[in-house]
Design a protein around this ligand. Sequence first.
Ligand code: B12
Length: 297
Amino acid sequence: MYSMKRASELLGIPVVTIRAWENRYGVISPNRSSGGHRLLSEEDLAKLSFLKDQIQKNGLKISEAARLLQQSESVPAEPDQEQAPKRPISGRSYDGLVDKLYTDLISFNALQADKTIDLAFALYDFEETFRCILVPVLYRIGAEWEAGKIAVVQEHFASETIMRRLSALYRVYPVDPDLPAVLAFCPEGERHHLGLLSFSLFLRKRGVNVLYAGPDTPFQDLEAIIGGQNISFVAISVTDTRYIDKLMEWIETAARHNPQLRFLLGGAAFDGQAARRKVKANVRYLSADEWEDWHHA
Ligand code: B12
């Protein structure tokens, strides 16, 4: 087994890229060490090396290379091949459920999609289901939509179906009044809020009272709410970098008026280094991987 760092050195692929390929395209499913760190197998390394070659030598985009890898994996093994398991037995494979849910959703089979999600929740807890099944399905749908293979209405239907299921979970967890209250929102214009919802559920599960304002929230009345509801933490999710500048201006003003206030930022918009440089002392940026590590803490 190889650590992320070792795999990165051997393959000449930055750690951050390997994680992105894992999260966005589900191309590898590393095991975890007892400390929660990823351990990559020979098979994982072979897949990463294949992807790198497709991109560098054949000029493919990562989404195309990942699709090619998937297709090659679904080709049945030659009958005379040794029956070595495709994946480490100790590692869980979610591929069956991911494939099933993907097919249910793009064929608009809401009933079947709900049943598949029920099955996932029956097998795994909400966080594992979300990270290992729902997010990979969404990323796959996003890649297919980007490649023009599925229509925008299929993508909308899929994200709404998943959103509905997550929202339903929201009210089941009791609130611990001793924990500080959190306000969660996406700034004006930003409609991608599945990441924010899942983070809020993570907090709700632990008894935190999260005031979920959700997508496309105007800045205008937020400070009044922060004061009135005794908020000590603000969680914000941004996908599109265009919304960062205005958000940072608002954070600066809100922090000046409420020096005790802390801000936690997440979402794909902050993946780029340039955007991260704007982060200040009372503002913490949590990358998707750091957040994932919280689950193992
Ligand atoms: C579902 C979806 C939508 C849905 C959103 C539904 C909803 N209720 O959220 C709808 C249909 C509304 C939509 C609209 C659009 N979308 Co869209 N969408 C997607 C899709 C397929 C999945 C996004 C998603 O929900 N992922 C699952 C979440 C859980 O993952 P995540 O956001 O990456 O978050 C992870 C981390 O960042 C972290 N995280 C996120 N937030 C937070 C917050 C905190 C505090 C913490 C700790 C962590 C954290 O947790 C997550 C898990 O690790 C992506 C495809 C993709 N590859 O991402 C495109 C994608 C994001 N969309 C895109 C685009 C272009 C659009 C539109 C502009 C399309 C259009 N022409 O209208 C509009 C923009 C609307 C707007 N103004 O915001 C682009 C974004 C490109 C860019 N970089 O800006 C993508 C990448 C598709 C693509 N490949 O081009 N979209």
